[in-house]
Design a protein around this ligand. Structure first.
Ligand SMILES: NC(=O)c1ccc[n+]([C@@H]2O[C@H](COP(=O)([O-])OP(=O)(O)OC[C@H]3O[C@@H](n4cnc5c(N)ncnc54)[C@H](OP(=O)(O)O)[C@@H]3O)[C@@H](O)[C@H]2O)c1
Length: 260
């Protein structure tokens, strides 16, 4: 399989570039394309039996529709998009090639695949699915195979809820209008950790985080749950119900709040 050429659209940036290095280190010839540099899409599609779409979420459907029809039936069309239902649907509709949705659950600052989670969503065919699964597992990834819908449902909880929470804390702090020196003087170790995460979310890839929150249809359900629990906490805190709060704090994953 080492003579297979791999093309990554979006391989000039972010996670696409990371995987270009990964595949190259595994011995595969890799070609990358961006809007402004790299191989033109028709040539990339002609040369590469594996074509991976790794462009910003909002640009993904259009790029898939552009490249999908150019691939032969024995090729693989795969994507790295952080959401899976829409890209997999677009890939299935636009190509006769094998289709696999892939979401690496880590960013380009990660040193290696070892121990990292990676989700695969089978679309069409199982030859390339098996090959990709074996390749990622060999690199040390913890590979989980699931449906695009289940992926989006669970990512709304683990990724969407995390970013929502971070964003909300950042906005509340911003509104408080404290200067950096005051915040620093009153910081606890846990606050500093959270502050660093807020800095990362607010400071880098705002479009990526915005799309992860705004484009996942499952986020509405997560927001409903978030609002309901925030209202419950507000009621307990404003009502000075420390005992009720302590019950929730003791085991937040298992406690069933007793409302009313
Ligand atoms: N970053 C992460 O932590 C991470 C993790 C897992 C999955 N993902 C997913 O990976 C995908 C890429 O995210 P990223 O953070 O790597 O983005 P990024 O750093 O902004 O890189 C995007 C890449 O796509 C190219 N590009 C942008 N628009 C394009 C278009 N219309 N046609 C062709 N190429 C285009 C860019 O090159 P030019 O600017 O030269 O066009 C660049 O190579 C997203 O779907 C994201 O959800 C990201």
């Amino acid at each position: 399989m080492k003579d297979i050429e791999i093309g990554i659209i979006g391989g000039t940036g972010g996670i696409g570039r990371w995987f270009a290095s990964f595949f190259a280190a595994a011995g595969y010839p890799v070609h990358v394309a961006g809007r402004h540099e790299g191989m033109p899409l028709p040539r990339l599609a002609e040369r590469c039996r594996v074509v991976i779409v790794s462009v910003p979420i909002t640009a993904t459907p259009a790029v898939i529709r552009q490249v999908g029809p150019l691939l032969s039936a024995d090729s693989l069309l795969m994507d790295f998009t952080s959401l899976k239902a829409e890209p997999v649907r677009e890939m299935m509709a636009s190509t006769g090639a094998e289709v696999v949705g892939c979401h690496p659950l880590f960013g380009p600052d990660c040193p290696s695949l070892a121990g990292q989670n990676l989700i695969l969503c089978p679309g069409r065919g199982d030859v390339w699915l098996g090959r990709m699964q074996a390749l990622f597992a060999k690199g040390g990834a913890r590979v989980t195979v699931t449906t695009p819908e289940e992926h989006d449902r669970l990512m709304a909880l683990t990724q969407g809820l995390t970013h929502l929470d971070t964003l909300l804390m950042g906005l509340a702090l911003r509104e408080a209008g404290l200067d950096a020196a005051t915040l620093d003087a009153f910081s606890t170790p846990i606050f500093r950790t959270k502050q660093a995460i807020i800095g990362k979310v607010f400071g880098s890839s705002p479009d990526l985080y915005a799309a992860i929150l705004a484009q996942n249809p499952e986020m509405e359900r997560v927001l409903d749950r978030y609002e309901k629990n925030l209202a419950l906490l507000k009621r307990l805190i404003v009502g000075k119900d420390a005992a009720g709060l302590a019950v929730l704090i003791k085991n937040p994953f298992d406690s069933r709040p007793k409302s009313g």
